[in-house]
Design a binder for this molecule. Structure first.
Ligand SMILES: *[C@@H]1O[C@H](CO)[C@@H](O)[C@H](O)[C@H]1NC(C)=O
Ligand SMILES: *[C@@H]1O[C@H](CO)[C@@H](O)[C@H](O)[C@H]1NC(C)=O
Length: 455
């Protein structure tokens, strides 16, 4: 019995990783990270009732520390390591969730003491205790030592960047900002861009899609065949050319997540335009035409396949098969339905906003198992907006016709359970370019000679 026990202890000791002294540039964070993985392991093991359980705990422990700085997946310490503990050395600079959490705690403190009579020392003390308690729960502090996500306490956010370039019409606006998914933080972000030509800015009325992890931008009035991309904080023309003209409001596009990813673009900008093509990052290729025109429609993925939805001339819905485009059940928004935006969920497609030719729709339509249902309602109308779906919620960024708000909808059990308006652009934009980002992405503004950090 004793022998078996010793065997287990030494097997485990061999399992516990060792950091060689002086070899890890971020040793303190590495130790902090590993020790918290170990605390979780110990708690997991203590709760075990059967033998297989310990192995599961041990595997979880190995998975946890391998992501710590200087371990397997982060061999260079914190450089090129996405473990949030790496933002915890100087969280007031490196961790926007920490900064926001501290700011909220301070705001609560200020309003708390505002309710104290100046003679009431106990009242101030109580506010101070609340401040300490709330601050402790912030990412990188004792209640959340490894940074986001925090197991208890602060709710860390996802962040989205939204970009728009206008034409000269005065109702249109330019913007480039980062917003937290709950809307509490919104800050400008800085991208350089090729100059406008004539009355059109470079990105005005272009389409966007992420391909191989990089944002690509297609067409637009400035040059309807261009292919551009966002490289770090620069919008750049790739020099590659589409076969057909593409305009963001008329055409539809989506990226197919195949072994070699490719973006499918269908233009639909005139009665004769049913043309589709694909782009794989290097080259374009003509592909089969859609059966009917889908001008001002949208495209999304359904079970990994491209689906193009409705448009100015039709409620038709088609999906892309190897043999070409095939019909699915028509969109329920009207015999024509257009100017909507759409996004894929895990196993369906949502459409939001849009116009039937006589009325705007606040309805959220959901497609699944070749059936459309009404899954809820937005507070505001949207036309030529954009949306991003992030598991338990989606956010719609307003387009034009004064429908300029940004609205977040909670998505549970295939239903919109509630929505809230989190921002307003105060002017028009055609299909804002939206994508999930790091919160600090492009927060530095660079002129020719200097970069300014704008926290
Ligand atoms: C698909 O639907 C469109 C319009 O809804 C129709 O014109 C076309 O004939 C249909 N195609 C097939 C193969 O049924
Ligand atoms: C989800 O919706 C289905 C069908 O509407 C319903 O039967 C089920 O009880 C719901 N589940 C939850 C957790 O609300």
């Amino acid at each position: 019995m004793l022998k078996i026990l010793i065997f287990f202890v030494s097997a485990f000791a061999a399992f516990r990783p060792v950091l060689r002294e002086g070899e890890c540039p971020d040793e303190d964070l590495a130790i902090l990270c590993d020790s918290h993985c170990y605390i979780d392991y110990a708690a997991c093991k203590d709760a075990c009732e059967e033998s297989g359980c310990e192995r599961i705990c041990l595997n979880a422990y190995a998975g946890c520390y391998s992501r710590c700085p200087c371990f397997e997946l982060c061999p260079n310490g914190c450089s090129d390591c996405d473990n949030s503990v790496c933002t915890c050395r100087s969280p007031e600079i490196d961790n926007i969730d920490h900064r926001q959490c501290i700011k909220e705690a301070n705001d609560h403190f200020t309003s708390c003491v505002g309710n104290c009579q100046y003679t009431e020392r106990a009242c101030y003390d109580q506010c101070y205790s609340l401040l300490v308690e709330e601050s402790d729960k912030c990412p990188c502090n004792s209640g959340c030592p490894l940074g986001c996500p925090c197991e208890s306490g602060y709710s860390c956010q996802k962040y989205i960047t939204a970009i728009c370039q206008r034409q000269s019409a005065s109702s249109y606006v330019d913007f480039s900002y980062m917003i937290s998914a709950n809307g509490h933080i919104q800050e400008n972000r800085y991208y350089s861009s090729p100059l406008s030509t004539g009355s059109y800015q470079f990105l005005y009325n272009s389409g966007f899609a992420i391909l191989n992890g990089q944002m690509f931008l297609y067409g637009g009035n400035q040059d309807p065949k261009k292919v551009a991309r966002i490289e770090e904080c620069a919008i750049e023309d790739t020099g590659k050319r589409l076969i057909n003209n593409f305009y963001g409001i008329e055409g539809s596009l989506v990226t197919l997540p195949e072994i070699v990813e490719e973006t499918i673009l269908c233009n639909s900008y005139s009665t004769t335009a049913l043309k589709c093509e694909s782009f794989n990052g290097e080259a374009t290729k003509a592909m089969s035409d859609v059966q009917v025109q889908h001008q001002q429609g949208c495209m999304s993925l359904y079970l990994g396949q491209a689906v193009i939805i409705a448009g100015y001339h039709s409620d038709s819905v088609e999906f892309l098969e190897f043999s070409g485009w095939q019909n699915l059940t028509e969109h329920p928004g009207g015999s024509t339905f257009y100017r909507h935006t759409c996004a894929s969920t895990d196993d369906g497609i949502l459409t939001v906003g849009g116009y039937s030719g006589s009325s705007f729709s606040k309805e959220v339509f959901y497609f699944k198992n070749d059936q459309w249902t009404v899954a809820g309602k937005m507070q505001n109308n949207y036309q030529f907006g954009s949306m991003i779906f992030l598991d338990s919620f989606f956010i719609v960024f307003g387009g034009n016709n004064n429908y300029n708000t940004v609205e977040r909808a909670e998505w549970q059990n295939e239903t919109v359970t509630s929505t809230s308006v989190i921002h307003d652009h105060g002017g028009d934009c055609l299909h804002p370019i939206v994508f999930e980002t790091r919160p600090d992405q492009c927060s530095e503004f660079c002129s020719q000679d200097f970069c300014y950090f704008l926290p």
